[in-house]
Design a protein around this ligand. Structure first.
Ligand code: GUN
Length: 439
């Protein structure tokens, strides 16, 4: 088993005077104990600090240590050799970001040490703290060690996958701007003053700007249905506008169906228009498709990025909404899955969910799905966005289900960022359609 210890301070966990940052006695003691029967791999600098605290160890391997001669220590600079060793031994590797980059994909357990709580770290996986933290030995203001388990490999990192998609969108958008000499434009209409919605709208604006898209927000604390319809009509006709998004939920005085129908099909980046949605259900040829429902599309992409073979899988979806549950059906069918939707009136729910190879939950009930609902080795996709004790959480009891699942998407940083990325993928596709059709 390969275990990796990463120190996220600038000096790989060693302060400038060469002293090991693990100045808390108990921390060091813990390290000594945990590595006693393991092979410890470290670089020269680390050895100079930590080596003296591990006396009489024959199980130390040094890397990059041309200058350093230590009796009894093996020298190994080829990381493949180190990987080979870990097939039959417990190997601990200690180092900084370089070590992390080299070994992360191979390691079964990750231990991260941080010098300061507020240490600014540009590594994306920092957010994962809460999910993989199995045990926190000692913590003081200066220092803490976090233990991460191999369970981390089961987590579908939606944020990371969405970043890959966004990078491609940035390039595609650049090429399109060059070709058509026109920057795509999205208009977001935000009605009311719901705090959550205002955050989502700002996130959409930020991402749009990153991709190189003009995002205009029209904010209306109050608006009548007719006024909203005329505003949409005006934007439909405006040739400089390529996409229109009316942020949901809408206030009670506004009929959602009327609004979805009013948006020009060629500017419908949500795929809420019944005709656009109908084409998805009919599984028409791609050339007739205008947009694809963002969350369902994000889920399929997420699974494909995670190398999940979808053909013949039994999929169970919890929730029959028009935004997630229902449109997921044609997308999974297209991938040759067998699909079943469950809802509040479904009988023997657990008997159905337990048969699912892939379980998608989109019901909006915090921690509703626990390990009793799922099959060993199944894939769990959590679409829920709930608040529990003022914290964001999904429909799935993550800690309980991760043990049984083979893959699981977390909340936050699972489906959410994927939805956002697909929204802009739709916008760019619609922009192309508009340019080609000269609409
Ligand atoms: N509210 C929360 N998510 C979305 C979304 O993707 N589109 C729209 N229109 N409203 C939302």
């Amino acid at each position: 088993m390969l275990k990796l210890i990463v120190c996220l301070d600038k000096n790989n966990g060693i302060s400038k005077n060469g002293k090991l940052a693990w100045n808390v006695k108990e921390e060091m003691e813990h390290f000594r104990k945990t590595t006693l029967n393991s092979i410890v791999v470290m670089g020269r600098k680390t050895y100079e600090s930590i080596g003296r605290l591990l006396p009489n160890r024959k199980n130390i391997i040094l890397t990059n240590n041309k200058k350093l001669k230590i009796e009894g220590a093996t020298i190994m600079n080829d990381y493949n050799e180190i990987l080979k060793l870990s097939e039959n031994n417990d190997v601990f590797i200690i180092g900084g970001k370089e070590i992390y980059n080299l070994f992360l994909n191979y390691c079964d357990e990750l231990i991260i040490s941080r010098l300061k709580k507020d240490y600014e770290c540009d590594l994306k996986w920092e957010f994962n703290d809460k999910f993989f933290q199995l045990d926190k030995t000692i913590k003081n203001k200066e220092f803490s060690i976090y233990y991460y388990s191999s369970l981390r490999h089961k987590v579908i990192d939606g944020k990371l996958i969405s970043e890959n998609i966004i990078k491609k969108l940035v390039l595609k958008n650049k090429a399109l701007i060059k070709k058509y000499k026109d920057i795509p434009k999205l208009v977001i209409i935000y009605i009311g003053n719901d705090y959550g919605s205002s955050v989502y709208v700002k996130n959409k604006q930020k991402l749009g700007q990153r991709i190189g898209i003009n995002v205009e927000i029209i904010s209306k604390p109050k608006i009548s249905q007719n006024e909203l319809l005329s505003l949409i009509n005006k934007l439909n006709k405006d040739k400089s506008v390529n996409g229109i998004l009316v942020q949901h939920p809408l206030p009670k005085n506004i009929d959602e169906e009327l609004i979805s129908n009013a948006i020009n099909q060629n500017k419908d980046i949500d795929c809420f228009h019944p005709e656009n949605l109908g084409k998805v259900f009919k599984n028409v040829q791609p050339k007739y498709i205008k947009s694809i429902p963002c969350t369902p599309w994000g889920i399929i992409e997420m699974l494909k990025y995670s190398n999940v073979e979808l053909t013949s899988k039994n999929v169970v979806i919890l929730g029959r909404s028009n935004i997630v549950g229902k449109p997921l059906v044609p997308l999974f069918l297209k991938e040759n899955c067998t699909v079943q939707i469950c809802h509040s009136k479904t009988k023997d729910l657990i008997n159905i969910t337990k048969k699912a190879d892939i379980l998608v939950s989109a019901i909006g009930k915090a921690n509703f799905v626990n390990s009793k609902f799922i099959k060993e080795g199944s894939i769990i996709i959590d679409v829920g966005i709930n608040r529990l004790d003022n914290k964001l959480c999904g429909d799935v009891d993550f800690k309980d289900c991760i043990k049984k699942a083979s893959l699981i998407s977390p909340v936050p940083n699972g489906v959410g960022p994927m939805t956002l990325a697909m929204l802009f993928a739709n916008l760019i596709n619609l922009y192309i359609i508009q340019k080609q059709e000269k609409i």
